[in-house]
Design a protein around this ligand. Structure first.
Ligand code: FES
Length: 111
């Protein structure tokens, strides 16, 4: 089992959203909030929108740019309509200036 490097922390300014691809081709959105980093699926659970490309981050809330639904990036919970389904979250950590997907998550998504 190995961890997956997602991006350098320096590429992700505080309050911004980055993105990375997992080994299985799935795109995830990565959020930097006051020194903490979170990751979720990039695709909104309401429709065909990219949170990294079209979303905006305010505190721990990412708002989808298409219909303005929102999620808590810490838990994935839908916090604003029309989003009702939680978004998948991924455990990440920062080590040596790099954002890593945890080894367990990397193993699950390799299949
Ligand atoms: S596609 Fe995200 S709120 Fe509709």
């Amino acid at each position: 089992m190995h961890a997956t490097a997602l991006c350098p922390l320096n590429d992700l300014c505080n309050g911004t959203i980055g993105s990375a691809f997992l080994e299985n081709g799935r795109r995830i959105a990565i959020y930097h909030v006051d020194g903490n980093v979170y990751a979720t699926d990039d695709r909104c659970t309401h429709g065909d929108a990219s949170l990294a490309d079209e979303g905006s981050l305010e505190g721990h809330t990412v708002e989808c740019g298409l219909h303005l639904g929102a999620f808590d990036v810490r838990t994935g919970a839908a916090t604003s309509a029309p989003c009702v389904h939680a978004i998948k979250t991924y455990p990440v950590e920062v080590r040596d200036g790099q954002v890593w997907l945890s080894a367990e998550a990397a193993a699950c998504d390799a299949t």
